[in-house]
Design a protein around this ligand. Structure first.
Ligand code: ADP
Length: 247
């Protein structure tokens, strides 16, 4: 396997803030169909890695190859267009628009509210909206104002707003924070479905949820990989136990 077979190949990636290396010579690979969870203590560099991939933060050195395009040279918009979707913790849905309208303004034909609402709804767009709404379990809420959805449904809507743009890589920061037990269960199923034909990268603190969803786990610590593998391998790694329980 050469590194060009991976959806995402990060090599020797470093970012320094005033000499402090938040991410330090990171090597990380992600396959298609892979749901990969990054864990690690606060300040480990997890958010910074996602910021580097989506172009929000510029690297000091190293390479991020996504479907063989070099992301470190691209703007945030170009990275979105290349097929990278990122969901932040705070939802950015439009509360006074319906579910359907929220999905529609995210459809890649227009990237502003005013711009996309001027387009006529084609049957092709409607079909994509319906398909996405089913995927995120909101098929019966298309005409519901987004502000009236439950906390969990709002999170799913935001995932739908990314899915409708057909990303090949989806990145999610603590996707089940604040969700009910039932919503967490449904989100686990949703993420499992989403990972088919795509790559999914998740930051998560809730170990029970990590165990439920992760195909692979990487533990970050002080900007470096402490351990990686399946959940069981990582949980039993003495270095991981030391970092989580040792102090
Ligand atoms: P995590 O998500 O694992 O909690 P972060 O990636 O948010 O960790 O942060 C890693 C380290 O980098 C922290 O020490 C943080 O203070 C530092 N850091 C992150 N972004 C910046 C920045 N823009 N300027 C300076 N320091 C930063």
């Amino acid at each position: 396997n050469s590194n060009t077979d991976f959806t995402l190949a990060i090599e020797d990636l470093t970012v320094s803030f005033d000499g402090f290396k938040a991410v330090d010579s990171l090597n990380f690979y992600l396959d298609q169909n892979e749901l990969h969870v990054v864990i690690g203590p606060n300040g480990a560099g997890k958010t910074t890695v996602l910021d580097l991939i989506c172009g929000k933060t510029k690297s000091t050195s190293g390479s991020i190859k996504f479907l063989n395009e070099e992301l470190t040279k691209m703007s945030e918009h170009e990275i979105v267009r290349a097929g990278v979707g990122r969901k932040f913790q705070t939802p950015s849905i439009y509360e006074n628009l319906t579910v359907l309208e929220n999905l529609e303004i995210s459809y890649p034909y227009g990237r502003t509210v005013a711009g996309s609402l001027m387009f006529k709804r084609s049957s092709e767009v409607l079909e994509k909206i319906n398909q996405t709404a089913s995927e995120i379990m909101l098929q019966d809420d298309l005409d519901t104002e987004a502000g009236l959805l439950s906390h969990g449904q709002k999170q799913w809507l935001e995932i739908g707003m990314l899915l409708i743009q057909d990303p090949q890589l989806l990145m999610l920061d603590e996707p089940v924070a604040g969700m009910s037990v039932k919503e967490r269960e449904q989100t686990a199923e949703l993420l499992n479905k989403i990972s088919k034909g795509r790559s999914v990268l998740v930051i998560e603190h809730d170990m029970e949820f990590v165990e439920r969803i992760a195909h692979k786990v990487t533990v970050l610590h002080q900007g470096k990989i402490l351990a990686a593998g399946n959940m069981e391998e990582v949980q039993n790694d003495p270095k991981v136990i030391e970092v989580y329980l040792g102090h």
